[in-house]
Design a protein around this ligand. Structure first.
Ligand code: GLA
Ligand code: ZN
Length: 707
């Protein structure tokens, strides 16, 4: 197996976080104390310099790096490695005063004033130049420092700019994309509608709030451009660093389900994926388990951006944040639970924002390992130190990987297109939520699922679920077809295959581009229901096509509740499994399946299947259908006690099975075998987990979900 450890210098799991010594340069006593406390908490890494530009370069062209040298040296002498950020996440005042073009322009065509952060014009040549200068200086000065293990590009990249430079760059991007042929653009964007035809690329403007917003192709291309431009900016930073330090890996800290950037594209320019996780623990609108599974979905999305490597939990709070609607404390034990969950999902790091609370400004009350009282005798510090010890014991896990045989398709372009589509109801489109709920249901069955692109290679999977794949990428239909023809179990839903990559509707029946043949149906109409409307789907012969009985009771003939969306199908050559129970389309097909037997010589009993679920049904209700797909694919599910989550990583030295209790009641999990790395105890059959308890079993056997 290929070596997948992220950092050759670091043995085991990285434990650290954002450290801002530049805020404390007048307090050498505190900087000294930081080292002592870090060692006490089992910290082995610090992320430095995220917002240090005005200290590095207080006046244009005058650089001060000695303080950083001292800090990095001292950390290194004490066994603490440095992740060094480029400081482009926030600009010094002198830069904006001298070069106002670096400040962003909003969709209302108003230029920002100096201040805040993450608000640069990504097209501005002078901003790129100034960033390149400081990045080069940092790389030259610290590139060979033995403590440096990684570059952290900027901070939480995101946002859009409508300035003249960006507008011009957008036009160039479009001209390039449409071969400098405005007629191609007019056709792709259907601009004859409302007489919006363009004569030349010069006439195109970004979609200002008070400007052109009625062309779906334009709106979508603006999203793609913004993401591309940010990617291009990020790459410009990476290029400078790679020229000087080709062997130091680069990352950029991503955000939860971030809407504005196609992370899948950005990922290609990064060596390692990292993200910042801030779940709303203990909220009043979902169960704690739901919150944890929300977080698990985010982890899986990030992990799947580079499934061949572990990812990094770059930021998380040791206690609370200061920007949730309600900044509630994590209850005792939850810190450890969330940290181990990150590992369970494939992270090789646990890192925090922030090491020490600052005295002033916007984040003065944001949680930190060290509070204003400066003491190690706090609940939060003790819990962090406990995590430090646990991570030491979990060193063997580092470098192992999560291997999934099921995948959920999730595309950024599709997301943007659905959001913008003048169809359905804006109150209930809920693309992301629909995807996540399905993913969570698989997870509740103990089945790991990657989150991947619709036009990617699906060969490594046996089950693929494609919720609401409204927009098809050029390669999507062929990827799905080949997946099913090779024996894969595919499930698609209502609102699939309506538009192409330019948001032009397919002609000749949805789902388009050949998918109607693949599923054996045509979707003729889609009914958007009011929130209180309900319909149902009845399975006359059971969900698996035959009535299964348990003690003589028909089990599998349930009625699914339908809400929000119901498509009316014309069935061509698929089997009808379920029909609508109500409304004027009562009795017509709602769930279908078309089978693709794989040639006998190849794999005797294999049969690909293309399922279509034409209406919105809760993921929990669809569970028996998911079980059928998994069973047909030979993927084992697990009956887990309520609130227990199960994940698995495979490494060179064994298999690591994670059990996490998302409840406060003690639970017993049967059929568990191995040695718990956290306690050293052997478990044979029954594993007991206390409130928010965790266990990590090392076993030599092959992972259950690969059986
Ligand atoms: C983000 C940022 C950090 C900090 C935290 C606070 O993740 O990257 O700089 O502001 O939020 O939660
Ligand atoms: Zn701009």
């Amino acid at each position: 197996m290929e070596k997948t450890a992220l950092f050759p210098q670091v043995k085991g799991i990285l434990h650290g976080g954002d450290y801002n010594p530049e805020q404390w340069l007048d307090r050498p006593d505190i900087l000294e104390e930081d080292i002592r406390l870090m060692k006490k908490a089992g910290i082995n890494s610090a992320t430095l310099g995220v917002f240090s530009w005005s200290v590095y370069e207080p006046v244009e062209g005058e650089f001060h790096f000695d303080w950083l040298q001292e800090i990095m040296d001292r950390l290194y002498e004490n066994g603490i490695y440095t992740i060094l950020a480029t400081p482009s996440g926030a600009r010094p005042a002198w830069l904006d005063a001298a070069y106002p073009e670096a400040m962003r322009v909003s969709a209302h065509n108003v230029r920002d004033h100096h201040g805040n952060r993450h608000n640069h014009c990504m097209s501005s040549p002078i901003y790129r130049k100034k960033t390149a200068v400081i990045d080069r200086k940092l790389a030259e000065r610290f590139g060979s420092h033995p403590g440096l293990i990684m570059w952290h590009i900027s901070n939480e990249l995101g946002g859009e700019c409508f300035c003249p430079l960006c507008a011009e760059r957008f036009r160039e991007y479009l001209a390039d994309k449409f071969d400098h042929d405005i007629e191609k653009l007019n056709q792709a964007w259907w601009t004859t509608f409302w007489s919006h035809r363009y004569n030349s690329f010069d006439q195109i403007e970004p979609p200002f709030e008070h400007g052109e917003r009625s062309i779906m192709g334009l709106n979508l291309e603006w999203k793609r451009f913004t993401s591309w431009n940010m990617n291009d900016f990020m790459r410009s930073e990476i290029d400078v660093l790679k020229e000087i330090t080709p062997d130091i890996p680069v990352t950029a800290n991503f955000m939860e389900l971030f809407y504005g950037l196609n992370y899948r594209n950005l990922a290609k320019d990064l060596d390692v994926i990292s993200w910042d996780s801030y779940p709303r623990f203990h909220n009043d609108y979902e169960t704690f388990q739901d919150t944890m599974l929300w977080n698990a979905f985010q982890h899986a999305l990030m992990r799947s951006l580079k499934p061949e490597k572990p990812f990094m939990l770059m930021e998380s709070t040791p206690s609370l944040v200061n920007w949730h609607p309600f900044n509630k404390l994590k209850r005792p034990g939850v810190h450890k639970l969330a940290c181990i969950q990150a590992l369970a999902c494939g992270s090789d790091t646990v890192q925090y924002f922030q090491w020490r609370k600052g005295r002033g400004s916007f984040e003065q009350f944001h949680g930190a390992v060290v509070d204003h009282n400066g003491s190690e005798d706090t609940r939060v510090f003790r819990e962090v130190a406990e995590v430090g010890q646990a991570l030491c014991r979990l060193s063997p896990v580092a470098g192992s990987l999560v291997r999934a045989r099921a995948a959920l398709l999730f595309d950024w372009d599709n997301r943007w297109a659905i959001h913008d589509a003048g169809a359905l109801s804006n109150q209930t489109k809920k693309y992301e939520d629909t995807c996540m709920k399905i993913w969570q249901e698989f997870r509740r069955l103990g089945v790991e699922m990657d989150v991947v692109a619709s036009d990617g290679v699906l060969d490594r999977y046996d089950v693929v679920v494609a919720p609401m794949l409204y927009m098809l990428q050029p390669g999507t239909a062929s990827a799905l077809r080949s997946f099913v023809e090779k024996g894969g179990q595919l499930l698609a839903t209502y609102f699939t295959g309506y538009v192409d990559e330019n948001q032009l509707c397919y002609l000749g029946g949805f789902p388009g581009n050949g998918l109607s043949e693949l599923f054996g149906i045509v979707s003729e109409e889609i009914d958007t229901l009011y929130p209180s409307d309900r319909n149902g789907i009845r399975f006359e012969k059971g969900i698996s096509g035959k009535i299964r009985t348990k003690e003589g009771v028909p089990e599998d003939t349930a009625v699914w509740e339908v809400k929000d969306y119901a498509e009316i199908l014309r069935v061509k050559d698929a089997k009808v499994l379920g029909v609508y129970t109500g409304d004027f389309y009562q009795g017509t097909a709602a769930v279908t399946c078309k089978e693709y037997p794989v040639s006998r010589e190849q794999t005797p009993s294999k049969c690909g299947r293309a399922y279509y679920v034409a209406a919105r049904v809760g993921a929990g209700q669809m569970r028996p259908l998911f079980e059928k797909l998994l069973e047909d694919a030979g993927i084992r599910t697990r009956k887990l006690p309520e609130n227990v989550d199960y994940c698995c990583r495979t490494g060179e030295e064994g298999v690591y099975e994670f059990y996490l209790n998302y409840g406060t009641a003690p639970v017993e999990v049967p059929d568990v075998h191995g040695t718990d790395l956290l306690t050293g105890e052997k478990v044979e059959d029954i594993l007991g987990l206390g409130a928010y308890g965790v266990a990590v079993l090392q076993t030599a056997a092959s992972p259950r979900h690969l059986e």
